[in-house]
Every structure is written in C-alpha cells, then in structure tokens.
Design a protein around this ligand. Structure first.
Ligand code: NAI
Ligand SMILES: O=C(O)C(=O)[C@H](O)COP(=O)(O)O
Length: 371
C-alpha cells in the first residue's frame, strides 16, 4: 500500500486522495514531517523543498506534489537528482486569480468615482492566470497588453507585446512565476530602473512577492509616480512590511487564488497525478459545480461596492491583514488568516435575484446567474 504524507490544509484531501492508500496528515507549521515509510509527499506553497530542508531524502520517497500553480518553493533540479518525481497543479486557480484582479479593479474604479478603467492594463506573464485575466478584462471592454516573451518562444500562436509597450500601460498586473535566475528571471522585475520616468495609475501583484521590488514601489508611490497599488503577495511572506501594507489600496494575505472551486482543483490535480504515477485508481470525487444562492432581500440598499464585498471577501482579508500590523506574531497570524476563512464560490457558481443582476451589468459580465 502507498503511504502518503499530506499538508493538513490541502482542501478535501481525505475525499480526493486515491482510495486504498494510507494517508498521514501533517501540520506544515511544524516543518516537513518524518518521511520514513512515506512514498509520496503532498505540500503547499508554505513548505520549501530543497537540499537544506530535505537533505538525504529517504529511498522510499518517490513522488512530491504541490497543490499550487507556482513552484518557486521547490528545487526541482534537486528532486530530479534524487530520482523523485515532481508534479504541480498548474492552472488550478487561474479563474480565481482573474476574479481577484477584476474585482479589485472594480473596487478601485468605484472608489475613484471613475466611469471606466482608465487606459490599458499591461499583463505581465500570460500563462494560465494571465490568460484568464486577459479574457475577463476584455469581457469588460478593458484594453490589455499581453507581455510574455518565453511564451512567444514556445507557442507559435502567441505574439508578446514589447517591453516598451507593456511598460507604457497605465495599469500593470503581474502573473509570472518567481524565477531568480535564467534568461527570463523575474526577481525584482519591476525595479527602480523600470519605474524611473514613468507614471502608473495602479500596480497589482498577485504573483509572488519578489517579482516587484517593494521598496522601490513604495518610493514611487510616495513620489506620486504610482497612484495606487494592490498587493496579495509579499517579499518576506509570511511576514509583510506594515508600511507598504498601510499605503496599499488593497493588501491581502496571498488569497488571490483561493476559492472553493480552485482549492478542489488543486487537490484533485495533484492527487490524480499521484494516482497516475503509482498506477492507482483515482478518487471518484469530482470538482464542486454546485451553485451558492445569495438571496439579498434588502438588495435596494446595495450599491456595486457593497455587492462585490458580499461576493468576494478581499476587503475582509484586507481589514484582517491590517489588524495584524502591530502584532509580534504576525507571521503565524498571516498563515492562520489564509487557513481559517471559508473559501468563496467563484462568480459563475453564484445565483442572485434577477432584479439585482438586471441593475448591474458588471455582475452579469462576471458570470453570476439568476436564481
Ligand atoms: N496569489 C496567488 O494566490 C497565486 C499566485 N500565483 C503565481 O502566479 C504565477 C503564474 O501562475 P500561472 O499563470 O498559473 O502559471 P503559468 O506557468 O501558467 O504562467 C506563467 C507565465 O509567465 C510567463 N513568464 C515567465 N517568465 C516571464 C518573464 N520574465 N516575463 C514575462 N512572462 C514570463 C511564462 O512564460 C508563463 O506563460 C505562479 O507561478 C505563481 O507564482 C498563481 C496562482 C495563485
Ligand atoms: O497556486 C499558487 O501558486 C498559489 O499561490 C496558491 O494560491 C497558493 O496556495 P497555498 O498552496 O499556499 O495554499
């Protein structure tokens, strides 16, 4: 029988793990568990796997999977050298990230009392999440400039914008992996040099903290070269710079990719790959296509901002994160915040009264259905 050790916060892991395996759940805040007698390890982004954290991996360990699209917490070369198969959950949360970006943009538009999003949105990284962002923004009639030179090289059907074209946009949103080396390294991609002499309305980072030089972003904001910024990810995660959070239009604890649907996708994808590798029958549990009915009887009291806040908890997360600013244990509380809040349903899974849908075209464009 295959023995699996899995992060206890992998959503619905007990239902989605292949049957007829032995499952041990571990608490990632205590580090990597004892892996003797373990064939497969399933982690999340909070567990670093490399030569320091996992020196001399046990012989029996043959598979490591992560329930995330990003893989910067894993030294894949090290796993390969040790004959361990690695698998990720690329794209599991693309829709959730796109919903985060458009919802944040709508909050920002409403707050600024603008009729529409001004100018163009430069999307940096047009893989699973970036592509979902482009599709959703285009539904709203927002002009996007798609920048992804590595994709242009591997995908003959895709042409990337130039660096000058993307940097000339009024808004930038980041969807690249965090890569510290190589031709397409992204560490501090947005830095002093790229920010110099340019003006931005808004900068959004829902990729990884290190992709933007936070201190340079803050400097550009103070000097009014950047009018606002939204951060879901932080350079020192799970720690975060309280001064940078304080000035953010929205500051959230790495939850852009969190939803009921994306979290099931993540666990299911990694469990199915594990089943394939060990030649096991996968679990029969399916993704959650249920609808959630939100019957707002007092809908006449709701404007768009209030409705969005009812459907997406980013403002709740933002308030909760800011509350942690002075806490000495804020690193632990940051992780608790990510683990404890119930997952929201993605917009196409929500049903609301027709009267509300008819009143706000934005809700229809988000894919919300009528009861
Ligand atoms: N905040 C959150 O909750 C989430 C964050 N993420 C982060 O976002 C990243 C992207 O996610 P996915 O789209 O699912 O991954 P993906 O692998 O499908 O797409 C990444 C894209 O970035 C491109 N890219 C790489 N280096 C680049 C560079 N130097 N310049 C421009 N483009 C470059 C790649 O060619 C690829 O098309 C993940 O690696 C992860 O770090 C992903 C999901 C949720
Ligand atoms: O998929 C990714 O990459 C992400 O950043 C996920 O949102 C991370 O989720 P956890 O693995 O940290 O729960």
């Amino acid at each position: 029988m295959i023995h699996i050790s899995a992060d206890q916060n992998l959503y619905k892991i007990k239902e989605l793990v292949p049957p007829e395996t032995k499952l041990n759940l571990y608490d990632p805040s205590n580090g990597i568990p004892d892996l003797n007698d373990t064939d497969a390890l399933l982690v999340r982004t909070v567990t670093q796997i490399n030569a320091n954290t996992l020196p001399q991996p046990p012989q029996q360990l043959r598979f490591i999977g992560t329930g995330s699209s990003g893989t910067d917490h894993i030294d894949e070369e090290y796993l390969q050298q040790n004959g361990i198969r690695f698998s990720d959950a690329n794209g599991c949360n693309a829709r959730a990230v796109a919903e985060y970006v458009i919802t944040a943009l709508l909050f920002w538009r409403e707050e600024q009392q603008l009729k529409e999003i001004p100018g163009k949105v430069g999307v940096i990284g047009v893989g699973k999440a970036g592509s979902a962002v482009v599709s959703l923004l285009e539904k709203f009639g927002i002009d996007c400039v798609a920048y992804d030179p590595p994709r242009e090289r591997r995908d003959p059907g895709f042409t990337s914008a130039t660096i000058d074209e993307v940097l000339a946009c009024e808004i930038l949103t980041f969807h690249v992996p965090l890569n510290r080396k190589g031709e397409f390294a992204t560490y501090h991609w947005l830095n002093e040099e790229k920010l110099a002499g340019r003006q931005y309305q808004l900068i959004i980072n829902a990729a990884r903290g290190g992709v933007i030089d936070e201190l340079e972003l803050m400097k550009a904001y103070v000097e009014e070269r950047v009018q606002g910024y939204i951060l879901d990810v932080w350079e020192e995660e799970p720690d975060f710079n309280t001064e940078i959070a304080k000035h953010a239009f929205l500051a959230t604890p790495h939850i852009a990719g969190y939803s009921e649907q994306s979290k099931i996708n993540a666990t299911k994808m990694v469990c199915d790959r594990l089943a394939e590798y060990f030649n096991l029958e996968p679990s029969k549990s399916q993704e959650n296509n249920d609808n959630q009915i939100i019957d707002l009887e007092d809908y006449l009291n709701y404007d768009l901002k209030k409705l969005l806040a009812r459907f997406h908890p980013m403002k709740e997360y933002d308030a909760a994160l800011r509350d942690l600013s002075d806490r000495p244990d804020k690193k632990v509380l940051f992780q608790n915040l990510r683990n404890e809040m119930p997952y929201r349903y993605e917009y196409p899974q929500l049903k609301i009264r027709k009267e509300v849908l008819d009143q706000f075209a934005e809700l229809q464009l988000l894919g919300i259905q009528e009861i």
